[in-house]
Ligand binder design. Structure first.
Ligand SMILES: NC(=O)c1ccc[n+]([C@@H]2O[C@H](COP(=O)([O-])OP(=O)(O)OC[C@H]3O[C@@H](n4cnc5c(N)ncnc54)[C@H](OP(=O)(O)O)[C@@H]3O)[C@@H](O)[C@H]2O)c1
Length: 330
């Protein structure tokens, strides 16, 4: 492809970051050794990681000048990969996209074909990007709990409940027939009730001092908070229950003991969506297509043009955004 196109270019001068929509040439896009695929990007989405990368130097982005955007969806226009054909609709999340490899805040992106998932039949591009990394992470967490023996009808605690991962976890768990206990800092918000949550607890209940073992309270949990919260969850999970740990908004430490594991057989399962093998990714996307109601997604989406990304990144860092901020490239 020879034409130039628009991309958000992040650069650093005198320790200051500067992001601007610029006209760039296709030859700036990175090429891996083989299997390169050029995608005409239709949508990207603004994640916390992107906001951090756009506002704090050196935290997420590996080098400058750089095209950020950790995920994108679009149509394949050139392909050197055997399984990905011109015209396929694909989604890319993880693998260092928008961190080490130029990302999706761009009208075109180029990545190795084995980083791409073809959209499940019946899922459109806007819905796919609205689900994106948080939806995928929630689905992978539920897959892991089910693999550990957790079954519909049981009670699953979801922490960081009103966040991206939390909201998708609740929506999916309810759809699958689980009872949900939501732990949140916003107990008065009607939002969690609208997602079908039956029991809401204040997140401060799980933030206090950790006892090695406490009353068995939850069958399972999906935790995006970490720290004392995760340690308290482990102490309060029932015999042979399972906990999926996927985030650290409350802290990266884990002040627990071996007692929940050796006296109750509790399973702690780590969830990583970034380097997840392709077979599990594809399976998760197919389940997401089956389980997520597009009407619910539509209510979550706030759509912005590319040049509004820097302003929204700052608002996200101030905690002012809710739902999914979808970036329109076309
Ligand atoms: N493992 C992976 O592959 C993967 C993928 C995606 C995200 N993540 C991680 O998962 C976490 C959540 O991501 P997200 O996209 O859902 O973020 P998010 O949309 O910002 O939501 C996080 C939620 O956590 C709660 N929260 C915020 N600060 C807190 C604090 N100091 N202590 C306790 N709770 C707090 C809030 O919910 P309430 O007000 O309802 O409590 C907030 O809405 C992040 O750490 C992210 O890095 C990991």
């Amino acid at each position: 492809m020879n034409e130039s196109f628009q991309a958000l270019v992040l650069d650093q001068h005198d320790e200051h970051l500067h992001a601007e929509v610029k006209e760039v040439k296709a030859d700036v896009l990175p090429k891996e050794e083989d299997g390169n695929v050029l995608v005409e990007v239709h949508y990207s989405a603004l994640n916390y990681k992107d906001a951090l990368g756009l506002t704090s130097s050196g935290k997420i982005v590996s080098h400058y000048p750089f095209i950020p955007g950790c995920e994108f969806v679009g149509t394949v226009v050139e392909s050197d990969h055997l399984d990905i054909k011109v015209g396929d609709e694909v989604i890319a999340t993880g693998f260092g996209i928008g961190e080490r490899h130029f990302g999706g805040f761009s009208q075109y992106a180029q990545v190795p074909g084995n980083w791409l998932v073809k959209l499940p039949k019946g899922m459109n591009m806007r819905d796919a990007i609205a689900i994106g990394t948080p939806g995928l992470t929630a689905m992978l967490s539920i897959d892991a709990l089910e693999h550990a023996g957790v079954r519909p009808g049981e009670e699953v605690l979801v922490t960081g409940a009103t966040g991206g991962v939390g909201s998708f976890a609740i929506t999916l768990l309810r759809r699958l027939g689980y009872h949900v206990v939501a732990s949140t800092g916003k107990t008065d918000s009607p939002y969690l009730r609208s997602l079908g949550v039956e029991t809401i607890i204040d997140r401060s209940e799980l933030e206090g001092p950790v006892r090695p073992l406490a009353k068995q309270r939850f069958d399972a949990a999906i935790d995006s908070v970490g720290g004392n919260t995760l340690a308290n969850i482990l102490s309060q999970t029932r015999y042979e229950g399972a906990v999926a740990a996927c985030g650290l908004v409350g802290g990266a430490d884990l002040p627990t003991s071996v007692y929940p594991f050796i006296l109750r057989g509790v399973k702690l399962i780590g969830i990583d969506s970034v380097m997840q093998p392709m077979a599990r990714r594809t399976n998760a996307w197919e389940r997401l297509e089956e389980l997520i109601d597009p009407k619910v997604l539509n209510d979550m989406i706030h759509e912005i043009p590319l040049h509004d990304v820097p302003r929204h990144a700052e608002a996200m860092m101030r905690g002012e955004l809710s739902g999914r901020t979808v970036v329109r490239l076309r």
